[in-house]
Write a protein that binds this ligand. Structure first.
Ligand SMILES: [Zn+2]
Length: 375
């Protein structure tokens, strides 16, 4: 029997992530979904009755957003473990840090299947966590920014197919959720909101960019702290969402906005992520939380495990269980910070809060969005 996400949050994982990497030198050389799953199990937080394996989406399902020729090229890349120059140029597979790797079709198709299952499961309400999802840069006909398929778009389209017409997509990854914003550019039923580091790739999502009316963007400066996230949350994000009165929210919780992430320069602690979850959860009867970026295996696993705890109203203890500590100590991280990881990455899940001054530019971003609400 399928678990009912209205009774208790459902967790969608997959073993496909455990042994799959984008290659030893790639930021996605690290395990993320499998370590999050292992960690919540080791904390005693995962009732097997609420765990579901993500099914792999089939070609017909993926064609709801992606072009047949691109999907064919992606399948061929997995079969041949190589691409022609034409495929590289046209579809950006094997280019721009989108490597050809052994699961280059099956892995993103499983993420897509997981998010589509998640949004279907909550058709009548409830909460699902699917940390394998979140590939927000994927384009209909090409790979972009480590993303081959766009699982948030496919999940939201599932909601549209179920007849929902007031959907919020909220993205707190350090990078702008460009693929999702552009996919719903002309769709008044999907409000896309993105908080991301200003001046970082893909360099879109400026404060005045509303994508035809239904997008709101918060490009934040380096060092963006917990107090600043709280300010945006209560003076911009929550009012925007409340005003829109959504039937469903999809939250992309890319963990690269954390202080210790190697790819971005924002300074959040994981408390800020969990605070966002608690603040937006009451705003819609359906909530799906997906993953996204995040390139430090310790901080990603701790952040996403804490999201699952928050969704389940589980008090996060000060110390990890011995089993959870073993999971964290077994992770391998081949960057400088991985050579001498601080002890608290193993023995705690909760970061020390990173409060700080709320800078004038953050206040301005909030004010700008307020003007837009009343306009
Ligand atoms: Zn990112």
């Amino acid at each position: 029997m399928r678990p009912d996400p209205r009774i208790s949050p459902v967790y969608i994982g997959s073993e496909i992530y455990r042994a799959s990497t984008y290659g030893p030198k790639h930021p996605l050389a690290i395990p993320r979904v499998s370590s999050c799953t292992d960690l919540i199990r080791a904390m005693g937080w995962l009732d097997p009755a609420v765990y579901l394996d993500a099914p792999m989406a089939d070609i017909a399902q993926l064609q709801r957003f992606h072009t047949p020729d691109y999907l064919q090229a992606l399948q061929a890349a997995e079969r041949d473990l190589a691409v022609s120059e034409e495929t590289r140029q046209r579809y950006r597979i094997g280019a721009d840090s989108n490597p050809v790797y052994p699961e280059v079709f099956r892995r993103p198709a499983t993420s897509a299947g997981g998010v589509m299952l998640a949004t279907s499961l909550v058709a009548d309400g409830g909460v699902v966590h699917c940390p394998g999802g979140g590939t927000h840069h994927g384009r209909p006909d090409r790979a972009s920014g480590f993303c081959y398929l766009n699982d948030p778009v496919l999940g939201i389209l599932k909601w549209r197919d179920h007849g929902l017409d007031r959907i919020v997509y909220l993205d707190i990854d350090a990078h702008h959720g460009d693929g999702v914003q552009d996919a719903f550019h002309d769709d008044n039923s999907v409000l896309t909101i993105s908080i991301h580091e200003a001046g970082r790739w893909p360099n879109t999502g400026h404060a005045h960019d509303r994508a035809g009316g239904m997008a709101r963007n918060f490009p934040v400066p380096r060092g963006f702290n917990d107090s600043e996230m709280r300010h945006l949350l209560h003076h911009a994000i929550r009012p925007l969402i409340k005003n829109f009165a959504p039937q469903a929210i999809l939250l992309q919780s890319g963990a690269d906005s954390l202080e210790e992430d190697p790819l971005a320069k924002l300074s959040l602690s994981n408390n800020a992520y969990w605070e966002v979850i608690s603040a937006i959860r009451p705003l819609a009867p359906r909530l799906v939380v997906v993953g996204g970026g995040g390139y430090n295996p310790y901080t990603v696993a701790r952040c996403w495990a804490g999201i699952w705890a928050t969704l389940n109203d589980i008090e996060i203890a000060d110390r990890t269980t011995p089993a959870a500590e073993t999971v964290l100590r077994s992770l391998v991280y081949n960057r400088a910070a991985g050579r001498n990881p601080p002890e608290h990455w193993f023995t705690t899940l909760r970061d020390a809060p990173r409060e700080g001054p709320v800078r004038a530019e953050i206040e301005r971003l909030a004010e700008l969005s307020r003007d837009e609400v009343s306009a």
